[in-house]
Design a binder for this molecule. Structure first.
Ligand SMILES: [Zn+2]
Length: 250
């Protein structure tokens, strides 16, 4: 993780984080809170009430790879159904996919899950990853359709702006890209609720995507002081993240 040795790399490489923190991104964050916020809770509630998901999580360590994939695919489809979107194709990819646990390809509308993810010890980590990738598929559907709702227009514009931010080297920047910020929040929030707050998402997108057992975000970018200049706001994010994680930032 990029936090452990002194200053957060995002202070130096703040382009992507700057994207989320710039004034025009406030409407994006606000639209995200209004649209995705209730959606995350609805998906968590649905999965929580689902016996297949409940039993699957309880017996996760005993599932073979085929059964583990079936469970993750089922949860992903439940999420799509709850939100009214067609599910993407899901498949298991042997070996490492570009050093990632999962990958969504919008050209083929296919979500590939790293086979290693099926052997991970935590069902919640696996679920968070899959729901993260499913969220990317939904983002693609939001961008592809003609939107009339103001918030969806704002979100589509934010998602579309993501490639312009490039591929930041620092993890703290990567997780603040519009599409990633949304996807991390989605998977992490649902996993936090399902695990009653036990899911540790500090490996899954830093503290501003960190949720408690009720699905409430512990640190919210929207709470940052708006009057600070950009550099000041980035520093404020880094300090708040570090504080919440109990890390030391010099
Ligand atoms: Zn992602």
């Amino acid at each position: 993780m990029p936090h452990d040795d002194g200053a957060h790399p995002s202070v130096e490489q703040a382009h992507a984080k700057a994207y989320v923190l710039t004034t025009p991104s406030r409407p994006f964050l606000e639209a995200l809170a209004r649209v995705a916020g209730p959606q995350r809770l609805a998906v968590a509630k649905r999965l929580q009430a689902d016996a297949t998901v409940k039993d699957g999580i309880a017996g996760w360590g005993l599932l073979d790879e085929a059964a583990a994939f079936k469970l993750l695919q089922y949860a992903g489809r439940q999420m799509c159904e709850e939100l009214g979107y067609e599910p993407p194709t899901m498949k298991v990819q042997p070996g490492v996919i570009a050093n990632r646990a999962g990958l969504y390809d919008d050209a083929s509308d296919t979500l590939a899950i790293n086979a290693e993810l099926l052997k991970t010890r935590s069902a919640y980590s696996a679920l968070a990853t899959v729901l993260h990738e499913v969220r990317h598929a939904i983002q693609h559907r939001i961008v592809a359709a003609t939107q009339t709702d103001n918030d969806l227009v704002t979100l589509a514009a934010g998602y579309k702006a993501r490639p312009a931010a490039g591929n930041p080297a620092a993890y703290g920047d990567y997780v603040h890209l519009t599409t990633e910020f949304d996807a991390f929040q989605f998977g992490n929030c649902v996993a936090s609720i399902l695990s009653k707050g036990k899911f540790d998402d500090t490996q899954f997108g830093t503290v501003d995507t960190h949720f408690d057992a009720k699905g409430l975000v512990i640190f919210d970018l929207l709470n940052l002081p708006a009057e600070l200049d950009l550099k000041g706001r980035i520093l404020a994010v880094n300090v708040a993240e570090a504080d919440a994680l109990g890390l030391i930032v010099n």
